[in-house]
Ligand binder design. Structure first.
Ligand code: GAL
Length: 688
């Protein structure tokens, strides 16, 4: 059950260290080393944006400063995630080789500036990156501090220059082989969009083509593939010279609202990294949701990123206080830093790392939270809370590499999300695919049931329950895999807006796909879309629940149990929630977007039927989250209070508080934002 690939034997604590901002200031660099110990840190990412310092002029490399930093870190007893600097390049390069600059979708060539803005295809840039990375690998391959490669930084964006257009056309040729196949997939005859020569193809653009859904979908796939290709090119010298050093690149989330990053398909990208790592910046204490609701969303995304590789992961960046890029940048309240850090661990992280170690003096991130503030005071509140996290992490080494044991999976799909967002139809604002998945996830989160958030190419057979909300894009082969899953005894839940288009974003003809009709013994006749003020209600086992946004009108065959019926509209009395027996398994279809209370009751019934219980029984009120990681012998239980009040919780079984090193059982009190981590030997099976 342990992740054999864990990068270290202990939890990592540290973060992005940008010493090149302070290179002329030895006093600061010395202070850093002293404060690193005070903060109980042991790992730093170095050189992420250091290209200008490493190669100040073309072909003139300066590594001495980095040698000193690496040596000092090693002497201080810490390790380094050494970065490749491709996330930002020096001005001389853009000036001399303008082809490295990105072209946007309006076909405007960008000027030098900012970061994360290179052409993904440019041969010159690719070559420069490989030269640089080879030099780094040659120089530091045997350095005692080298623990991991931090490749580039938060890959994102796209380039529409002529070189990228050509690469896109080649990618399409490889995929479709003939223009007939391409025109069929892109539904060419619509609006006379038939392509008669590969050279006519252009990437989607607001000043050109953006109505061909097949093209839009393929472009997104291409951008992911091209980003991975760029990355694979970057790591050639690293693999060659340091085959035993793990490679990662930091993934991210989208927006303030903490949904999975939308622009790149991480299910593909994750296959190319040795360890998955990501940067997590929730807007704690915001004014639009409860702390518990945000914690649930943090749980969801961490469960997704952990499940991508089915192994523990790393948080490479978070903030000890506030960020600088939310609309409002509130600082974490006392206690929240420890709680939110432990929550990362609870969902499978083996680290808590920060952006950044020391606050910059200038430019756009000078007010972004950091471990060392401008006051340079290791006794300020933020520094002390960081040190407290460090002390806790030192006691949690046994948890490194352990995993939750999930019997439930929810399926997230990047491609389906892209296609659904592109669909002109339904409600402009109400599709909300990631948010809908979070709503389903919430029911399990509140019941302390561990969940893997998996993607479509993963193995379904290890789960008892597979929840598939709003899977709009579905290939026939995937439908077949859902059939196999149910046939072999699995329980499958699917919802409205599922299975409407195939892998080319072409609709199925002749009704809802036959394989889905067989699986659920229903047919989808219509999907009704509501205005925001419209509602319906669904009666399910005697209780009535509100429905909004979407309602599917269903036709059911005789063998189906109609568990819930619509209470209003011209389809009043018709089935809204159905249950079917398929082979050795059971399939449920939820036809409408229903309120949280429905999910709570519905999933409780399903869990009861499947005899799935929390891995460790604790009675508690709303807002307390219990997550469990396990190895062969122990369960490590995280008890987290995401409320502003103290909370009583009740442990039905004795356990050992790892931090306080004492045994606990029965009632315990958690302060506001309090957290306890206990462990228990695995022989007794407790339920609730
Ligand atoms: C990350 C980025 C860091 C820093 C941080 C600020 O997205 O990787 O370099 O900018 O955001 O929150």
């Amino acid at each position: 059950m342990k992740n054999k690939n864990a990068v270290a034997k202990h939890m990592l604590h540290g973060g992005d260290y940008n010493p090149d901002q302070w290179i002329d200031n030895p006093e600061i660099l010395e202070e850093d080393l002293k404060f690193m110990k005070l903060a109980h840190t042991n790992a730093f990412s170095i050189g992420i944006f250091s290209w200008a310092a490493l190669e100040p002029e073309e072909g003139r490399f300066e590594f001495e400063w980095l040698d000193n930093i690496m040596n000092n870190i090693a002497t201080n007893g810490a390790k380094v995630a050494l970065a490749t600097p491709s996330g930002a390049r020096p001005a001389w390069m853009s000036h001399k080789y303008p082809e490295v600059l990105r072209t946007n979708e309006r076909r405007e060539k960008m000027l030098h500036g900012g970061r994360h803005n290179h052409c993904l295809t440019s041969p010159v840039y690719r070559e420069k990156v490989v030269v640089m990375n080879r030099k780094l690998a040659e120089r530091y391959r045997n350095h005692p501090a080298l623990m991991m490669w931090h490749v580039s930084n938060e890959y994102s964006g796209e380039c529409h220059c002529p070189t990228c257009q050509q690469a896109f056309r080649n990618w399409l040729k490889e995929k479709y082989a003939t223009l007939e196949a391409l025109n069929l997939a892109w539904w060419g005859p619509f609006w006379s969009h038939t392509i008669t020569n590969w050279e006519q193809i252009e990437s989607p653009s607001p000043i050109g083509e953006n109505m061909v859904h097949g093209l839009n979908l393929d472009w997104r796939r291409f951008v992911t593939d091209q980003t991975i290709d760029f990355y694979e090119n970057e790591i050639i010298p690293l693999r060659e010279l340091t085959p035993n050093i793990p490679v990662t690149t930091n993934f991210m989330a989208d927006t303030n609202d903490l949904i999975p990053f939308q622009a790149l398909d991480y299910s593909k990208f994750s296959k190319h990294v040795d360890i998955l790592s990501w940067d997590c910046y929730p807007a704690w204490h915001n004014d639009w949701e409860t702390t518990a609701n945000l914690a649930m969303k943090v749980g969801f995304i961490n469960d997704l990123y952990r499940s991508l590789k089915q192994q523990s992961f790393l948080i490479l960046e978070c903030t000890p206080s506030g960020v600088n890029w939310h609309p409002v940048n509130k600082t974490k309240r006392p206690g929240m830093h420890l709680l939110s850090s432990m929550q990362f661990l609870a969902h499978g992280s083996d680290s808590v790392m920060y952006f950044q170690w020391r606050k910059s003096r200038g430019s756009s991130e000078k007010f972004h939270g950091a471990v060392i503030d401008h006051d340079r005071n290791p006794n300020n509140r933020v520094f002390k809370e960081v040190a407290e996290v460090g002390k806790n992490l030192e006691k949690l080494s046994d948890i490194v590499g352990t995993m939750p044991d999930s019997k439930v999976a929810i399926l997230y799909d990047w491609e389906s999300n892209w296609a659904l967002n592109d669909a002109q139809g339904f409600g402009l604002e109400s599709k909300q695919y990631p948010q809908t998945l979070q709503q389903h996830y919430k029911a399990f989160w509140e019941k302390d049931i561990p969940v893997d958030v998996i993607t479509k190419e993963q193995d379904f057979s290890k789960y008892k329950l597979l929840v598939v909300p709003m899977l709009y894009l579905m290939s026939k082969s995937l439908m077949k895999r859902f059939q196999e899953f149910a046939n072999n005894g699995g329980t499958l839940v699917m919802t409205y807006l599922s299975g409407l288009v195939d892998e080319h974003d072409l609709t199925y003809t002749g009704g809802w796909p036959k394989k889905l009709q067989e699986l659920f013994s229903i047919n989808v006749l219509e999907t009704d879309t509501y205005y925001p003020k419209d509602t319906n209600a669904v009666k399910y086992f005697g209780k009535t629940y509100n429905a909004k946004d979407y309602a599917t009108i269903l036709e059911t065959s005789q063998q189906v149990d109609s568990l819930g019926t619509y209470q209003q509209e011209f389809y009043q009395g018709s089935p809204a929630v159905t249950k079917n027996i398929f082979g050795k398994g059971t399939t449920y279809f939820i036809g409408a977007r229903l309120e949280d209370n429905f999910h709570k009751d519905f999933y409780q019934n399903v869990l009861d039927e499947l005899q799935i219980v929390p891995p460790f029984a604790i009675k508690h009120d709303k807002g307390v989250s219990i997550q469990v990681r396990e190895d062969e012998q122990y369960k490590y239980v995280f008890i987290m209070n995401f409320t502003e009040n103290s909370q009583k919780v009740f442990l039905e079984q004795e356990a050992r508080d790892i931090i306080a090193d004492e045994s606990v059982s029965g009632e315990i009190i958690l302060n506001a934002y309090g957290v306890k981590i206990v462990k228990t030997k695995k022989d007794t099976r407790m339920g609730r």
